[in-house]
Design a protein around this ligand. Structure first.
Ligand SMILES: CC(C)(COP(=O)(O)OP(=O)(O)OC[C@H]1O[C@@H](n2cnc3c(N)ncnc32)[C@H](O)[C@@H]1OP(=O)(O)O)[C@@H](O)C(=O)NCCC(=O)NCCS
Length: 216
């Protein structure tokens, strides 16, 4: 089955003090209640694949905000900061003390939200194999062997998700020096070293790994 605590699709789960929700992707553009800023952003988005992943991300994020924070979709908008990281508007205004992150793949859309910084990443098992191709760019010396990165397609997806979630914790766009900045020490239990230090959790969907990152 692969490393990680099972995450039930469609059910909000609390992990590391954050709330997480995953939904299986559907064909095409899913229905979601959008506010004026979101509607304008979508109108400027010509590419079908981008529109459908963006909408899937908004839908799962808004459901999470509703179920975990009691904020109905009519009151929330999820708009990009300059870095591309998502910002939550409530009744049109940025909501202090509410941080959201989103990740989407061909198979899944996942959101995580908390009172302070949180990163989330989902990696489909079929895409985890990419990590072998770019191993030299992604791993530090000895890292892949020590954490068992190549034990299975699921472990590869888990490593990828942990590294991306770690990078995304720094909402605002600190992506240098990239994946090697997050060293995966172990998958079971999930442990990474990074500067500054972070806590991580690993969750398992039927066909994908999900990682959540939090400040220490
Ligand atoms: C920004 C980045 C993290 C997005 O990751 P991705 O795997 O391509 O895509 P995901 O679906 O997981 O994440 C996209 C979402 O992240 C969020 N996001 C974008 N920029 C972000 C940032 N600076 N900080 C936090 N979150 C960000 C957005 O919500 C975005 O979705 P949306 O635009 O539909 O709202 C990615 O482009 C990146 O730069 N990754 C690092 C590259 C790398 O070295 N990867 C190898 C790891 S093994």
């Amino acid at each position: 089955m692969g490393p990680g605590v099972p995450l039930k699709p469609g059910v909000v789960q609390e992990v590391l003090g954050a709330f997480v929700l995953a939904e299986a992707r559907e064909e095409g553009e899913v229905a979601v209640t959008l506010g004026p800023r979101e509607t304008a952003l979508l109108a400027d988005m010509p590419w079908p694949l981008r529109r459908s992943e963006w909408l899937a991300g908004r839908r799962v994020a808004k459901r999470l905000l509703d179920e975990a924070f009691g904020l109905p979709a009519e009151r929330t908008q999820v708009v990009p900061l300059e870095s591309g990281a998502p910002q939550v508007l409530v009744d049109g205004e940025p909501r202090a003390g509410l941080v959201l992150n989103i990740s989407h793949t061909k198979g899944w859309a996942v959101a995580a939200a908390a009172g302070d910084r949180v990163g989330v990443d989902v990696c489909d098992d079929v895409d985890g194999v990419r990590i072998a191709r770019i191993a030299r760019r992604v791993f530090s010396a000895g890292e892949a062997d020590a954490c068992g990165a190549f034990a299975s397609v699921q472990s590869q997806a888990a490593v990828w998700a942990l590294k991306e979630a770690g990078l995304k914790l720094f909402i605002g766009g600190v992506f240098d020096p990239g994946a090697r900045a997050i060293r995966v020490e172990s998958l079971e239990p999930p442990v990474v070293t990074a500067k500054p230090a972070m806590r991580v959790a690993l969750l398992r969907l039927p066909t994908a790994a999900v990682a959540v990152s939090r400040d220490v």
